[in-house]
Design a protein around this ligand. Structure first.
Ligand code: TRP
Length: 339
């Protein structure tokens, strides 16, 4: 109670999987906005390594990507004192609460998750129980911290909805235990689509690397990937996501990078050909990423510094998480530990 009075800021929780190098979709859709939230909210950003295990990972890469996500959080301006930036597996309460919540989640609910259907068709040789159970671990992430708000893209809305249903169900059986989290829709930020297949979301796990631009791609690679972006057979730079998905995606990216409105971009590039426009987009993105890359490069080999942050944050997170987990254990009837 006293804690609630002193700390009136709403709490935000979000997670990023360390399952690949992050793309400009992660940047414009999430990271870039995170910096703007740190003064108004209490933010907890988790590197959800346990979620990544639902798809086969190279152990060495998984470890490296976890550090890489942390360094990117820092390079994009997140203050590690003001925000809690930690690794999911460092706080064992995530796995523990997830077990309890499993017993309050129905098979039917999980089978309706569209991401499970998509991923199981993509990884038909490895439809493991973790992949099926993924949304329950995500619910545990959010509910452990009593988060008020969760920034989510379209593809995670269904999972957040399920987290709310599980929380509500538990609260109804055992009295109020969990805060019911709301989706947080950022004021700015576009959904970034694949450069080669603009009907699909840009994904870091895509096989074709021309589909995505990484936050850490070198300048020339960024320009080259934009030059190759799929457009259409017209000549006009006009926003029409249905009929001109490629051009509209590029306009969205340019808008995210420059802060210009779509209407202004249509005016600016009226009469200009697609080739020139693509270079302009590539340059805007590459220039925005340059200082972030420099900061990242100066941080990524500072393992002691990064480990220090991971330690402090995990301790803070552990404290918050333990409180919820103990409450849950008590409510469902487990005997409290005597040591
Ligand atoms: N499922 C999310 C994704 O792939 C990652 C995630 C895990 C997450 N736990 C979360 C996002 C909790 C928000 C809140 O994008």
């Amino acid at each position: 109670m006293t804690e609630d009075i002193i700390n009136k800021k709403k709490r935000i929780f979000s997670g990023i999987q360390p399952s690949g190098n992050l793309t400009i979709g992660n940047y414009f859709g999430a990271l870039k906005n995170f910096g703007a939230l740190q003064n108004d909210y209490e933010c907890i950003y988790c590197i959800v390594d346990l979620h990544s295990l639902t798809v086969r990972q190279e152990p060495k890469n998984l470890r490296q990507h976890s550090y890489s996500v942390l360094a990117l959080y820092l390079a994009t301006g997140l203050d590690p004192e003001q925000n809690t930036l930690f690794i999911q597996s460092h706080v064992s309460a995530h796995a523990e609460l997830s077990w309890i919540l499993n017993c309050y989640t129905y098979m039917g609910e999980l089978s309706r998750m569209t991401q499970f259907k998509d991923k199981s068709s993509k990884h038909a040789d490895n439809i493991n129980a973790g992949l099926f159970d993924y949304p329950v671990l995500m619910a545990a992430d959010i509910l452990l911290y009593q988060a008020d708000l969760v920034p989510v893209g379209q593809d995670q809305k269904q999972h957040l909805e399920l987290s709310r249903d599980i929380a509500d169900r538990f609260n109804k059986i055992y009295s109020d235990t969990f805060v019911i989290p709301e989706p947080y829709i950022p004021k700015v930020g576009n959904k970034i689509m694949s450069l080669q297949e603009p009907e699909r979301k840009m994904s870091k796990s895509d096989e074709n690397e021309n589909n995505f631009v990484l936050i850490l791609d070198p300048y020339d690679t960024i320009i080259r990937k934009f030059k190759r972006a799929v457009t259409d057979s017209e000549k006009e730079i006009r926003f029409d996501p249905v009929n001109k998905a490629g051009i509209s995606n590029l306009m969205g990216i340019y808008s995210s990078a420059t802060g210009k409105s779509i209407a202004d971009i249509e005016k600016e590039f009226s009469g200009i050909n697609y080739g020139e426009f693509k270079i302009a987009v590539g340059e805007a993105v590459a220039n925005e990423l340059k200082p972030i890359q420099e900061k990242y490069n100066s941080l990524i080999n500072e393992k002691d510094y990064l480990n220090e942050i991971l330690k402090d944050s995990a301790q803070r997170a552990e404290h918050m998480a333990r409180k919820t987990l103990s409450k849950v254990y008590r409510k469902v009837g487990l005997v409290p530990r005597q040591f």
